[in-house]
Design a protein around this ligand. Structure first.
Ligand code: GLT
Ligand code: MN
Ligand code: MN
Length: 404
């Protein structure tokens, strides 16, 4: 027997049902993904952007994001562009949706097969600047506040093809130029750089959040540039996504986020958010919610290739509901008296040493250095201590599983 999709939707009007204030967004390219992969063709018809805006709004999403060519086909005339933009703006208005983020497709057209800002062909590099300026105009016209740069093909297949230091310089010159363009136009955009270690190139420049953060501080306008970390991309590099996001958050650089899921270090899977790594993503949502991340909760994922259109909406609803489930469970974990007491016990320590560290926080003095050098410690006792992390972690598991 088949369960009609509406049944799943209707039976799930509860505390996890997505609402506008949850700030959930989807890329137009995510739900419109037609299921093509290197071994098979499209399995679903292309979704019309206006229909997508309507459906996502009905499901409780807050907005949509797009690449220039998700909305306006490559090579469209100016008149065609203006008509598409007008109709799309009306749909956003009609369905109460916003466009918080926009980006450029610098990877699909064959012209970009060797990259865009780092391609060896100067005509490709100049064309990439032109395409991006038009796409920035489009994003700004539709109200975007964040502009994402995913350097899809910025990398190499053969290391012999490019001098890596030269590529990094070229990338920097392009971003510096585009920052000035945005400032010159008064767009008030923030740029969010999205790292990925490989795919479609065998090696991509700026492989991880850490690489990207390091690069940002070498730009002319580091304040207007942050990161757009993606769950799947950090997992592809075998990293702990919570730590990558924490570093960006702590540096004031988490300008946007791409939520999805991934089974370990393989090709980019872009799975439904929370469908695989329940524990790490529980801690991710806890981090975002407890540390004042105010940006959109953006899903950059796509439905299984097995799905028809009904499955696309099941997928979209699933991403949002799972985020809200993690949010509720994280709150329950943090307010559980047993967890609070356990953490208080674990964090308690020697009062004299706490006082010393409070002074370290205030900054170095020669006197403080001497005091620390003269302090007596008991390494044997420190080595014998038990931390009760088994108990603590099991409490986390019991909350994730809904037992507590
Ligand atoms: C593409 C890629 C994503 C990027 C998108 C923005 S496009 O789907 O796989 O990770 O975020 O360019
Ligand atoms: Mn992404
Ligand atoms: Mn991805």
């Amino acid at each position: 027997m088949t369960v009609p999709s509406q049944l799943i939707h209707e039976s799930t009007s509860d505390q996890f049902t997505p609402k506008k204030e949850d700030k959930f967004t989807f890329g137009l390219w995510t739900i419109a993904n037609q299921g093509r992969d290197p071994f098979g063709d499209a399995v679903r018809p292309a979704l019309n952007p206006i229909h997508s805006v309507q459906k996502l709004s009905e499901l409780g999403a807050y907005g949509v994001n797009f690449h220039d060519n998700d909305l306006v086909p490559f090579g469209a005339s100016a008149a065609e562009r203006d008509r598409i933009v007008r109709d799309f703006k009306k749909a956003l208005d009609d369905y109460g949706m916003v466009v918080p983020m926009a980006t450029t497709n610098l990877f699909y057209h064959p012209a970009f097969k060797d990259g865009a800002f780092t391609a060896v062909d100067p005509s490709v590099r100049a064309f990439a600047l032109q395409k991006t300026m038009h796409a920035i105009d489009l994003g700004a016209e539709l109200g975007a506040k964040t502009y994402v740069f995913w350097g899809g093909r910025e990398g190499v297949d053969s290391e012999a093809s490019k001098e890596a230091t030269e590529s990094l310089k070229r990338f920097r010159e392009a971003i510096n130029f585009l920052c000035e363009y945005s400032i010159d136009k008064g767009y008030n955009l923030r740029f969010a750089m999205e790292p990925k270690p490989n795919e479609p190139r065998s090696d991509t420049y700026f492989a991880t959040v850490g690489h990207m953060l390091g690069f940002i501080y070498t730009l002319d306008h580091p304040d207007m540039v942050g990161v757009n970390p993606e769950v799947a991309h950090e997992y592809m590099a075998g990293l702990n996504f919570v730590h990558s996001v924490a570093q960006a958050l702590e540096a004031g650089k988490l300008f946007h986020i791409d939520l999805n899921d991934q089974k370990g270090p393989r090709y980019d899977q872009d799975l439904r958010f929370g469908s695989e790594n329940l524990k790490n993503l529980f801690f991710l949502v806890r981090l975002l919610e407890n540390h004042g991340y105010e940006g959109p909760r953006h899903f950059d994922a796509h439905p299984y290739r097995t799905e028809d259109e009904a499955g696309v909406w099941d997928f979209a609803l699933g991403c949002m509901r799972t985020y809200n489930m993690f949010k509720v469970r994280a709150k329950q974990f943090d307010t559980d008296p047993t967890v609070k007491q356990l953490l208080a016990d674990i964090y308690a320590g020697n009062a004299d040493h706490i006082a010393l560290l409070d002074q370290v926080k205030k900054g170095y003095t020669a006197e403080l250095a001497n005091t620390i050098k003269a302090t007596t410690f008991d390494p044997k006792a420190l080595g014998e201590r038990g931390y009760q992390y088994e108990k603590l972690d099991q409490l986390a598991i019991e909350h994730i599983m809904g037992i507590r």
